[in-house]
Design a protein around this ligand. Structure first.
Ligand SMILES: [Zn+2]
Length: 409
């Protein structure tokens, strides 16, 4: 690439995204999305075991989509596998003027980590009777794992049903944090106004965990956008564990990798990561019935099992709710189901842990059509459509609907 072009791109990044001065050192790293052509279904298991950064698998045409980080490129070249570029550059270059003319909470771009911390502090000031801000634990680099509790009776453990909405297990999946925080504002701003919201807040204890992986988020925003894992410094000097492969339930199996440089590296042992100690400790002390974990992308609604192709005993409860969400957001019908058979095998993911250990109703939502789509804002009135870029707040409210007080189905 020509030098002046690099300078222009870096300049436009600084201007449009407002990155801090220290943030632009690696802004010209571009990571493509590729389609890899396979010859037999057996190769898929090998690629999952190798821990390629797989986005989707097409079993009919024997094609997989891979985020081509250095590790993936090296692996594919060594294996002699052919691939073509689908998207040359997955980098997010700043907000787009929204055709809807509505920016979330007056925002015009994705929240930076320091903005999230500041924003979280304001909830208790504005809604002291409905919120408590908790720190569940700390990341490898010492950043807090925050949980915002929303309830008409905050700060007590009275056995009422609880619902957890988690976001940003994966560093590059920025829209998930936007969705989580806007859901929090939506519940609070509409308490006492919308009957359904009032019922939820009166009867259910809601936990919003906007950033499970703060170190990864900061790394993705400042250094390498397509970063996925946390920032554990591995013993071989590589970096990161995939937090959504590190949960203890059936940890270590297919769909996770033992290779430290892989993007699906499962970590040295089950629940080895402090970010997950925080999540675990919340669940152990609580009465959590429904859980939603936000990811991008693909417009999928997924549940357990990830580690094996069998149906869970509570499949029909999940399917009932899952198809409502799919219909609400207009996601494709064939992208709703157990993750193992709907997208690909995973071991150590959050849904298997929540369902396997607690028998909780647990969903993974894969919002939208890109890891970091152009920012268009989410909106805080329930029934306005945010299009395929994200999902809708109302869609997320469906996860409350199986709980007493959670409104109509
Ligand atoms: Zn993800």
């Amino acid at each position: 690439m020509k030098k002046w072009l690099v300078v222009l791109i870096v300049l436009s990044l600084i201007l449009s995204v407002g990155f801090q001065a220290t943030c632009n050192e690696n802004e010209t790293v571009t990571v493509p999305l590729v389609v890899v052509y396979l010859e037999s279904p057996d190769q898929i298991a090998a690629l999952l075991e190798a821990g390629l950064d797989i986005v989707g698998i097409d079993l009919v045409n024997l094609e997989i989509e891979v985020v081509l980080n250095d590790y993936d490129r090296e692996y594919l070249d060594n294996a002699g596998l052919k691939y073509d570029i689908l998207i040359e550059d997955l980098t997010y270059y700043g907000p787009e003027t929204t055709e809807f003319g509505i920016m979330s909470m007056g925002r015009e771009d994705y929240r930076q980590w320091h903005e999230i911390e500041e924003e979280l502090q304001t909830f208790e000031e504005i809604y002291p009777d409905l919120t408590r801000l908790h720190i569940l634990g700390h990341s490898h680099q010492g950043r807090p794992i925050y949980a915002l509790e929303i309830s008409a009776a905050p700060g007590v453990n009275d056995g009422r049903p609880e619902s957890v909405h988690m976001a940003l297990y994966h560093a590059r999946e920025w829209p998930t944090t936007e969705m989580a925080l806007d859901l929090a504002w939506y519940l609070l701003d509409n308490y006492g106004i919308e009957e359904k919201v009032t019922n939820i807040v009166n009867t259910i204890r809601v936990w919003i965990i906007p950033v499970v992986n703060p170190d990864g988020y900061v790394h993705s925003q400042n250094v390498y956008q397509m970063w996925r894992k946390n920032r554990r410094h591995n013993s071989d000097n590589s970096w990161g564990v995939d937090l959504n492969r590190n949960h203890s339930y059936n940890w270590g199996g297919v769909g996770s990798s033992g290779v430290t440089t892989s993007d699906t590296y499962r970590g040295p042992s089950p629940t080895s990561e402090p970010e997950l100690w925080a999540i675990r400790d919340l669940f152990l002390g609580r009465h959590i019935i429904t859980t939603l974990s936000g990811h991008t992308h693909g417009r999928y609604v997924l549940w357990s099992w990830g580690y094996k192709p069998d149906l869970i005993p509570d499949h029909s409860v999940h399917a009932d709710l899952g198809y409502q969400y799919q219909a609400f957001n207009g996601y494709p019908m064939n992208r709703v189901g157990p993750s193992n058979t709907t997208i690909y095998a995973t071991s150590g993911a959050s849904d298997d842990w929540v369902y396997g250990v607690f028998r909780g109703i647990s969903f993974t939502f894969e919002y939208g059509t890109a890891f970091i789509p152009p920012y268009m804002g989410t909106i805080t009135t329930a029934n306005q459509l945010v299009t395929e870029q994200f999902g809708t707040i109302s869609g997320n409210l469906l996860t409350f609907s199986v709980l007493p007080g959670g409104g109509e189905r």
